[in-house]
Each structure stands twice: as C-alpha cells, then as structure tokens.
Design a binder for this molecule. Structure first.
Ligand code: GDP
Length: 681
C-alpha cells in the first residue's frame, strides 16, 4: 500500500516561466507533511459519528410508502439501517420490479443478507413462472423477466464510476458502475468519465510544440501475442494505428472532461453542497433521497441528509476497508465532470493525496457565517492548507463557494468581506485573480446551485453565474496525447492468465493492444496484451486515462511501482544523478551539501542526498545571485544536484512538465518543490 504514492510536485507552470510564484510569500506558512495532509481532505465519514444535531422534524412525503416498511419500524435503528442498506443493494438489481414488501420480507428471512435475499426472490420468481403461463416469456414480461438485466432507470443512484481501492498490498482500480447506468448510458458515457489528471500547465500553455509530434507509437511493432487477449474484444493481432484524436473525440461525445475536487474547512458545508447539487441535477432519485432523510433522521443528524448522498461511497467499501477514491460523474452543458470524493483517513494519506492530485480544478467551500469563516481561515483552520495543497498539486483554477449565505441574510457586505480576505491570500498562494471566481450559495436550501437564485436579497446584488454554470466555465485541460507514451506504474500484480498487470495513469501519448513498450528502469521491453479501462477491455487508451495493462514478455520480478512504461522509439531516461531548480518552503533547518531527502515523484518515494549546491537564483529574475552556496535557507530559489540510491526514470521539465516535477521531503515535512533541469547519469 505504502508503495503507492503520487505526490505531484509543486506547481511550477507559471512560476517556471515567469517566476510569479517565487516572488510570492508562499513560504510564510507552507509546509505540508503527511501528518498535516490528513486534514486536507475532508472526511464526511468520521463526521457522522461526531455530530449530534437535534432531530429535525421533516415532513415525510412518502407516508404511503411506509406501509411497506411496516416490519422495519419494529427493528432497532441498526437493523433498520441494515435493512435499508440491503434494500438498496437489491434495488440496484431488481429495480422497481419487485415490491418493497417482498424485498423486506426476504431480507428479514435471510438475516440481512442481500445476496441470499435476492436468490430467494429469484427462486420464488422462477417457481411462479414455471407454474404460471408457459408462454409468458421474459420478453413479454419486461417488468419481471428482464428485471435483472434492465433495472429501472429509477435505480440509478449516484453513478459512482470509479474506485481506487487499496487492499492489502494490491491496489486495483475497481469501477462500480451500477448496471442501470451501464445499460442506459452505454460504454461511451462510462469511458468518458475517466479523465485523469492532465496538468494545468498543459492546459495553460497549450505549448506542446516543444516536442515533435509523437512518432513514438508509429514505429511500434505489432508483434504478437500468441493468444487472443483474454480481455475481450482486443484482437492484439496485426493492428492498425488509430487516429487517436478522432477516437478520443468520439469517446468524449463532444464534451470535455474535467476532474473536480471539493475542499474546505470541516463543516463549511462541502458535502451538503455537492449532495444537494447532485440531487438537483437528478442524480439521486426521490426514493434514495428519502432513504437518506430517514437514515440521517434516525442517526439524529437530519440536516446531513444531502451530505449522505456522497457518503454512499463509503458504504461500498467492502474489500479490505482500506481507502478508495470514489468518483461521481455528473454533466454540465459542455463538460463531463468527475467529482473526486476522497475520504480522508490518517492511515492512507498517500492515497488521499493521489486522489486530490488527480484534480484539474477545485471548489473551495467557505462558511459565510460570522465567526465560522474566520475560524476556518485562521491558522489551524483548513481553508488555507487545502488551498495550498491543491495549488501545490497543480490546480490553478478555483471556484470559491461562499456558502451558508442564508445565515447572514444574503448580505453583500459580508460576501465582500469574505472574498477580499480570501482573494488576498489566494493570490499569495499562487492563484491568479482571473482563475478564481466567487459564488454565494446556500447548500442547504439549494440557492444558486443548479440555477440562478430567486432570492431577492441575493438577486439584487449578485449577477454572476450559479455554481453549475461556474463549473461549466472552467477551462478543460489539454491532454498530452501527441507526446511519446508514458505511464508510471502505481501497482504491479499477477492476475489470472498469462502475463501480469500494471496499473497507472497515462501521462502522455496513447497505447493500443499489441504495442511493444519499454520499461525504465530496468530497461526491458514487453508487449501489451490487454488494456482495461473502468473494468472494460478496450483497444486503446490515452493520456489522462487510468488503466490496467496486461503485459507479457518481461518478468514481473523486474517490474516495480515507479517503473515508467514508455514508447520504444522515444524512451524515458533513467538516472541516479540529476540537477534541478528548487523552491525551498518554510523550513528552519539549513540545507547543506549531503543533506538527506526523500524524492516524491509520480508514484515513487526514493531516498536521495543533495550532492551539490550549484547556485542561488534571484526569486524573480532567475539570475544567479550566488555560486556554490554553503547552505540554502527557506524561501530560496536554487539549482541543486541530487543523487538517488537507485535509478529513477525522469524527464526534463521543459520537455514533459508532468514527468519533470517532484517534491522533496525531510522528516515528514515537504521542504521543497523542484523541476528537473538536467539529467546527469
Ligand atoms: P462539510 O464538513 O464541509 O462536508 O459540511 P456538511 O455538508 O457536513 O455540513 C455541515 C453542517 O452545515 C450540516 O449541519 C449542514 O446541514 C449545515 N449546512 C451546510 N450547508 C448549509 C447552508 O448553506 N446553510 C445552513 N444554514 N447550513 C448549512
């Protein structure tokens, strides 16, 4: 598990070009350690236990329904929750084809075992069918006979499309796609939602011309593969090179993909806001919402009903209970959004950071209430840390949601007060004014989320977009599909069948089944026997996709997490010595020659030493102000030479921004961010 790291380097996009960041006072309070990172990602899960709200009496619009729930009322609250959870699982299979009463009876008879209860119902059904009219084929009785295959669209709960689950020391990407959504949306909509992280630099710069268009794959041999890939449709035999841009266009269906993470101080209303938004967008049916209302009421936290929409992810953690990054898909007019829901747990910080690192853009939620905003913003609050974390992970665009505006009577004055304080700080943190927007909302009442608010007090002074429109306005990043293929392994494991699997995010280029790839280190070649994207076998995948590759032709023993799979014609270089430009964070110990550090780069963390201090640079101009300094102190900008213990596959930042950034840590604290300027050995 701990092998899996994906700490993205501090964002240098603008900085490296114009040194903007270097001149800011980020060092004032910047320093993210695994310990502090725990609080960076909100955990709705824990909060369910910690809040005890007075029960809100809410009208039950489903009173009629409750007859069918009659037996449940005699149950203890825990058993009721178990019952509802079973019913929910069963509805995903049965849809509306079986009455709740029948399902409830089956659950109770089967001791809250949803699988057994389903079996029981199917048995009963087939008995009924046998004894019933023989002509009644399944097709003639769509309601029942086809229930399993075609669940009612109503069963479509929040379409969680992906999970990054770490179980023991095996990490897999499991994709929990409710069958309804698969059937309804078809593969394209599913694949459309896995955009991986494409860095902001690519987005901002669109300057891929530095590298000649990838010839990487064109020379690849379609050598093969003794057998048809086990993973379905991929033939693996003589293949034609595809036009990746066209294929991608088809797959995306004209909509751009965007990964979104929601951050902010605990209690700012993040979950309520996003849960309510998903509800308003029609991603949560009334029945499910009713279930959340009931469950949250029972738990004494009625005001958390919307927040529980996103907590559904947690219920599905069955394997190994480690950590997963649930992704929820929703769409705006022009975008397919993957909402990154990365529940925080102290033990899984690296994976948490990985989850946040996949974001292209972020929503920062702050509580407008008097005293609450201040508590979240001041030292110790999470507002600043979260903003700094996502910025350091490469996010440049931010929508600041000034939430709970209902609590301050929608006052413009309060909104301005909050936004001006935040604006100043965010600028210091490296966000450009033009990339930050501010939206007043109420997550609880739903004002200004899916449509412009009708509240007069707000309408009178706020003329900007509502939240969903603001999300639509985010600029989508460009993927480096024209560059040579690069995938950094985040896991390596033996699966059934021949060969083995590696998972990881494609950083650049694309891959097709049958391609031959090089692995650096250890400088071996292998063949791609199969590609799996979202649990679906596919023929190709491209930059931004999180995939699993089935490989043959190389011994699994030689492959480790952190190995980079790349094109044969333009492979990545592996080295133990390289030079880099670094920005030192707030760190009190002077950095001298021989200083031991851990390099966090892509999925690896590798021990290294600072071999040489080459020069100190001017923060703004980048000119050398001192050669061969004796030591480096906080806030300095310098060129250093690093020596790793084992070879690491790296790229120059100028060639591949995604693969040229790293972070340096020492004793659990991030001490510097760097970009590779020269590869020595
Ligand atoms: P999180 O910790 O940021 O995810 O916050 P939650 O979504 O769990 O919300 C914390 C509390 O704030 C809950 O009791 C919510 O009902 C309440 N809350 C959230 N949004 C609003 C809002 O817009 N107005 C009011 N008055 N309360 C809200």
């Amino acid at each position: 598990m701990a092998r899996h790291r994906n700490v993205r380097g501090y964002n240098y996009d603008d900085d490296f070009d114009d040194d903007d960041m270097y001149s800011h006072s980020v060092e004032d309070d910047y320093g993210i350690s695994p310990a502090t990172a725990a609080q960076f990602i909100y955990s709705k899960r824990g909060r369910h236990q910690s809040f005890s709200e007075p029960l809100e009496e809410e009208e039950d619009e489903y009173d009629d329904d409750d007859k069918s729930r009659a037996p449940s009322t005699a149950l203890s609250p825990i058993d009721q929750a178990r019952l509802f959870s079973c019913l929910d699982q069963m509805r995903e299979v049965l849809g509306e084809s079986v009455s709740e009463q029948i399902m409830t009876d089956a659950v109770l008879q089967c001791g809250f075992d949803a699988a057994k209860a389903l079996d029981q119902i199917f048995k009963q059904e087939s008995n009924t069918k046998k004894s019933g009219t023989q002509e009644a084929t399944a097709s003639e009785r769509p309601g029942k006979g086809k229930a399993r295959d075609v669940p009612s669209a109503d069963t479509h709960i929040v379409p969680k499309i992906a999970k990054l689950t770490v179980s023991g020391n095996k990490q897999t990407m499991g994709f929990a796609v409710p069958s309804a959504s698969t059937e309804v949306n078809g593969q394209s909509s599913i694949t459309a939602c896995t955009k991986g992280q494409t860095t902001d630099d690519a987005m901002e710069e669109a300057d891929n011309s530095a590298l000649s268009p990838a010839s990487s794959n064109t020379s690849q041999v379609s050598e093969d593969l003794n057998s048809t890939p086990s993973q379905g449709k991929s033939s693996g035999k003589s293949k034609q090179k595809i036009n990746i841009k066209e294929e991608l266009e088809k797959r995306q269906g004209g909509k751009q993909l965007l990964n979104l993470v929601v951050i902010g101080h605990v209690d700012a209303g993040k979950s309520t806001l996003m849960g309510h938004l998903l509800y308003l967008l029609g991603h949560v049916n009334k029945r499910t919402m009713h279930k959340y209302e009931q469950e949250s009421k029972k738990a004494g936290k009625a005001s958390f009903a919307y927040a529980w929409v996103l907590d559904e992810t947690g219920e599905e953690r069955q394997r190994g209970v480690t950590m997963d990054v649930g992704m929820t898909k929703f769409e705006t007019k022009r975008k397919v959004i993957t909402l990154m829901d990365a529940p925080g747990h102290r033990d899984f910080i690296p994976n948490m950071i990985t989850g946040a690192a996949q974001a292209d853009v972020a929503i920062l939620v702050v509580d407008a209430s008097r005293g609450e905003f201040e508590a979240g913003f001041e030292a110790g609050g999470q507002t600043r840390e979260h903003a700094l974390l996502v910025r350091s992970l490469g996010v440049t665009q931010l929508a600041v949601v000034v939430n709970k505006m209902d609590q301050v009577n929608w006052q413009e004055e309060r909104f301005r007060e909050v936004t001006s304080k935040l604006g100043h700080f965010l600028k210091q943190a490296g966000f450009k004014d033009s990339d930050v927007s501010y939206i007043p909302t109420s997550g609880l009442s739903g004002e200004n989320l899916a449509k412009k608010s009708e509240v007069n007090e707000l309408k009178s002074w706020y003329k900007g977009p509502c939240l969903i429109d603001q999300i639509d306005l985010f600029k989508a990043p460009q993927r480096s599909i024209d560059k040579p293929f690069r995938l950094c392994a985040s896991d390596v494991f033996k699966d059934q069948g021949s060969g083995f699997c590696v998972t990881g995010k494609i950083e650049a280029g694309y891959v097709q089944t049958g391609d031959r790839l090089q692995v650096m280190p250890p400088n071996e070649t292998c063949s791609v026997k199969g590609i799996t994207l979202h649990d679906e076998a596919v023929d190709w995948a491209t930059a931004g996709d999180h995939v699993s590759l089935t490989l043959t032709g190389v011994d699994i023993i030689k492959i480790n997490v952190g190995c980079v799979f790349c094109s044969l014609s333009e492979p990545i270089r592996a080295c133990t010595r390289f030079r880099a430009r670094v920005l030192l964070f707030n760190f009190d110990v002077p950095v001298t020659q021989g200083f031991p550090v851990i390099i966090h780069y892509q999925t690896i963390s590798e021990p290294a030493t600072i071999r040489k201090l080459i020069s100190v640079l001017h923060k703004s101009t980048g000119e050398v102000v001192k050669k061969k300094p004796k030591c480096l102190t906080k806030g300095m900008n310098a060129i250093i030479e690093l020596q790793t213990q084992r070879p690491v596959a790296l790229e120059l930042y100028k060639d591949f921004k995604e693969l040229g950034r790293f972070m340096l840590r020492y004793s659990g604290s991030s001490i510097a961010a760097g970009v590779v300027t020269e590869i020595k050995e």
